[in-house]
Design a protein around this ligand. Sequence first.
Ligand SMILES: [Zn+2]
Length: 178
Amino acid sequence: MDEANAVRDRDHKFLTQAVEEAYKGVESGDGGPFGAVVVCNDEVVVSCHNMVHKHTDPTAHAEVTAVREACKKLNRIELADCEIYASCEPCPMCFGAIHLSRIKRLVYGAKAEAAIAIGFDDFIADALRGTGFYQKAQLEIKQADGKGALIAEQVVWVQTNENAEKQQYSIEIREINN
Ligand SMILES: [Zn+2]
């Protein structure tokens, strides 16, 4: 196996875990369909999902939660030797947190557009997002290859279907009341 393939397989493994975390978040009702995993020396330090509902905290995104928990666990405020795997392209707040923690590498699955498509508006500051601005920072940003991106986008659609079912349900109730 050549080096590029090895990197891709490794990225796929950790990204899959971030996506599994996103599913856990949906199932538990803790928050939106987003997961993040912090990795240090090939070991998972923490695996977190969005906790916005659970903590009644609009800033408890998966990536921010993962940065906080990883720092606590490693008992330091710099994660320069760590990587973060996010199920979805991070919002500007999370990019900020990743930058402040000095994490060296970010791999994400779904593009932000997938989350925007189902009504998450945390990504509105498009001009701030990713690419130009953050490439000035010492951070390598990479979107997973086709297959990784696909499994990551599916988790977003799971939530959409659940919302659609709920909406249908509430419409039915209203009809009964009428
Ligand atoms: Zn975020």
